[in-house]
Design a protein around this ligand. Structure first.
Ligand code: 13P
Length: 267
């Protein structure tokens, strides 16, 4: 059985095609980005069980997207401006410009942007709307800090991020939203959430989306896990009913290890 047929707790089968996305963060010059993308291409060419996405830095997007044209690898940006209109916004890049450069996806609200670059739930909301109106799929990131988990606030924090981040999005908009749960304490630390911790939060996220946008949409929404995903823990994470894919940092930088993660069903 293909793993993308997920059994929900009430034993309904839902069709959520997994998404395995690699966030390259601020790594790789243009030549290295192209080399990694081209190395990855044949390694994941038969991965029909999931969608494959890579997110290089802005300066590599257009070239990487052009070199991957016709392949099954999609290209995401790691951030975008909160509007599409041209204007005096020095240093910003609009979702429409990302689309023009060959992107199909954009990561929004990554915890590193929230922690170090002033991203808020309100800006996540605006950016998501702008991304959708430019025709992009938005990968909206949520996740609690260690201190918040330790005092038992993880679910409340994530719920708040979702409710504010997705505020005003229509049911139709939600078809192009992917949620990535990335507990901040698991990012780049080698400490993965246990499959049970991931499942618990993913279930909570799905319930929250059911509350804001209805159960039908919640059942269709892909929820990715991110935080120290590696070739040796992807299969157990993916075996959880509400884990619909992964957002991978460090282990996506090498084509071979990212391909192993993408091909988790066969390893
Ligand atoms: P790591 O996989 O390196 O922990 O990073 C996770 C992440 O932040 C992906 O967006």
């Amino acid at each position: 059985m293909s793993l993308w047929l997920k059994y929900t707790p009430d034993f309904k089968i839902t069709m959520r095609k997994p998404v395995i996305a690699g966030n390259w963060k601020m790594y790789k010059l243009l030549g290295e980005a192209v080399d990694t993308a081209l190395e990855l291409k044949p390694l994941v060419a038969n991965a029909n069980h999931c969608e494959v996405v890579i997110a290089p830095v802005f300066t590599a997007l257009k070239t990487v997207a052009a070199r991957l044209d016709g392949s099954n690898i999609k290209v995401a940006a790691q951030n975008c401006a909160s509007q599409n209109e041209f204007g005096a916004h020095t240093g910003e890049i609009s979702p429409a410009m990302l689309r023009d450069a060959g992107c199909s996806h954009v990561i929004i609200g990554h915890s590193e942007r929230r922690q170090f670059y002033g991203e808020t739930d309100a800006s996540v909301n605006q950016k998501s709307k702008a991304a959708l109106s430019a025709g992009l799929v938005a990968i909206v990131c949520v996740g609690e800090m260690l201190a918040e988990r330790e005092v038992g606030n993880a679910e409340t924090v994530v719920k708040g991020q979702l409710v504010k981040g997705l505020d005003g999005l229509t049911v139709g908009d939600m078809e192009r939203i992917i949620i990535a749960y990335e507990p901040v304490w698991a990012i780049g630390t080698g400490k993965t959430a246990t499959p049970e911790q991931a499942q618990e939060m993913h279930g909570h996220i799905r319930q929250t989306v059911a509350g804001t946008h209805g159960k039908e949409i919640a059942d269709k929404t892909r929820i990715l896990y991110g935080g120290s995903v590696k070739p040796d823990n992807i299969a157990t994470l993916m075996s959880q009913p509400d884990v619909d894919g992964a957002l991978v940092g460090g282990a996506s930088l090498e084509a071979a290890s990212f391909a192993q993660i993408v091909n988790y069903e066969r390893t």
